[in-house]
Design a protein around this ligand. Sequence first.
Ligand code: NAD
Ligand code: GLY
Length: 356
Amino acid sequence: MLELKVDLNERSYPIFIGEHLLSDEGRLKQYVGQSRPVIITNTTIAPLYLDTLLAVFDAQAPLHFVIPDGEQYKSLEWFEKISAFLLEHNCGRDTCLIALGGGVVGDLTGFVAACYQRGVPFIQIPTTLLSQVDSSVGGKTAVNHPLGKNMIGAFYQPKAVFIDTKTLDTLPAREFAAGMAEVIKYALIYDAAFLDTLAELHSELSTLNTQSLQQVIYKCCAIKAEIVAKDETEAGLRALLNLGHTFGHAIEAEMGYGNWLHGEAVAAGMMIAANLACQRGALNADEVEKIRDVIALYQLPTEAPSEMTGEQFLMHMRKDKKNKQGKIRFILPTQLGQCTLVDDVSDETVVTLIGR
Ligand code: NAD
Ligand code: GLY
């Protein structure tokens, strides 16, 4: 088992990465404590993993709440339903919530934990690659609003993150690939050599080789932990984790959530950002090709949807949370393995870049 720490003074917490952590009774109980835990999960994950986790806490009479599967349930409506469930069961401030699932369950559970009785402890048990390398770490919790994704939320850190890589055995291949987009993102923002590692490890990762998976997940969590420790609430540095997301969110919104998975849209978004960086002289054509090759290797899109125009991108990007003083802010590579925030890209440049 591998272990690392997110260093946030009194809110520091460990990330454990290993196999069968879902049944690691000693360690789970150490972080959940003695009071009654409440497991939040969804209809896809419950039949696969809920019983294993319930068995760990058998003596504490654990409760569980199962939400339907889908991004649309990361909503105020389901926030309210979970809160009502907790109240109906007289859950007090010592209740520990356990998020068992992907980023949807993790973000929703974290936001309930942040608000219920002004804050109760919670544990993340992420079960998608995306949530294991990104959303379970760093304390961004949120629900969607009809007018915007992740628009209502809080920074609220978990007490611990348990990454059980065995759960990836049941993850659909397309979801695994979407998680790889966020993995590639870490290489592009922080470590060029990691891009070579990802190319080399392709067959091991695709066949879920335990050692390679854990090594890669550890690397991603270590990068994220370092960034979050320096800039928990995204005053600056943390925004780099949004490489590919400005264009990616526009693709998700325009194409309809779920039609393009988040990671697929981020992959295409990273390629658009790389092309833009090349135009600005920060990357050369060989480096752009290298990025394209790794993204394509993991069966991810390397182009914007053919039906989307530059104007459509701009329309969505004007609502981006990173924008300041009406200017769209982009994360762009300055070289392989390094990125920066820029706000001087003209609308005409975006339209020319998209090519329609
Ligand atoms: P998800 O939670 O919707 O999970 C994807 C699908 O995989 C779902 O159908 C789910 O039921 C299924 N699934 C999950 N684990 C499984 C397993 N082990 N076996 C079989 N099926 C499994 O999506 P996601 O990609 O994990 O997360 C996306 C969400 O995360 C979005 O809401 C996004 O906004 C959020 N997000 C948050 C952060 C953050 O920092 N908080 C970062 C990135 C993304
Ligand atoms: N997923 C981006 C962040 O956590 O900041």
